[in-house]
Design a protein around this ligand. Structure first.
Ligand code: CO
Length: 210
């Protein structure tokens, strides 16, 4: 068996096991999804959202990219956000970063990585806003992890700047926004920032005509 074929045979075993435990499992999920959560996480293979949160298929709507960014020109992220908020009506949006994130680490260097530079630029901007706080820390690891936390906070605030979130807050007082950071070394998620619905934002980003 070729290595990738293992994925297919594991899948067959998984599907059979699910059916054995709960014969209605797939027929129930096939028609409808009503997740309460949208997860915006890093693409890193060591941070699988449903495994680390003990959630099942149907429970979390997921978007992942390098370093869990909320970039206001990213059509992919915006489409996921709009669908999750306006159609699925999720109650919570979680931005989850992770300590030791390679994307954030790369953004702190002076190395060129080709096309990915354009993505990392967004993280360099976060670094520039918080340079003093980050640079006050002695070890490289502490500086990296501080920027990882600040980046998560910044991305949560970026969500609140979108018309999608502002409109939902005005109309239905959801979703609440959460910033979390996952520890690769202990498997524990640390909540670091929260914006409950209708939290005031910097006025310049506020739309009055939604
Ligand atoms: Co990462």
């Amino acid at each position: 068996m070729k290595p990738y074929e293992k994925l297919l045979s594991e899948n067959k075993a998984w599907a059979a096991e699910r059916i054995a435990h709960d014969p209605e499992f797939f027929s129930r999920l096939a028609n409808v999804q009503s997740p309460e959560y949208l997860w915006i996480g890093c693409s890193d293979s060591r941070v699988p959202p449903d495994q680390i949160t003990g959630t099942n298929p149907g429970e979390i709507f997921i978007h992942r990219n390098i370093a869990n960014m909320v970039v206001h020109t990213d059509l992919n992220m915006l489409s996921v956000l709009q669908y999750a908020v306006e159609v699925l009506k999720v109650k919570h949006v979680i931005v989850c970063g992770h300590y030791g994130c390679g994307g954030v680490k790369a953004a702190m260097t002076h190395q060129s990585f080709g096309i990915i530079n354009k993505w990392l630029r967004n993280i360099k901007d976060v670094y520039r806003f918080h340079q003093e706080e980050v640079n006050s820390l002695k070890s490289e690891e502490d500086r990296l992890n501080k920027l990882i936390e600040l980046n998560v906070k910044e991305q949560v605030m970026n969500l609140a700047k979108t018309s999608i979130i502002q409109k939902a807050w005005k109309e239905s007082h959801i979703p609440h926004l959460h910033g979390w950071v996952y520890g690769l070394d202990d498997g524990v998620i640390k909540p670091i920032f929260e914006m409950t619905a209708n939290t005031p934002i910097d006025p310049i980003y506020q739309f009055d005509n939604l």
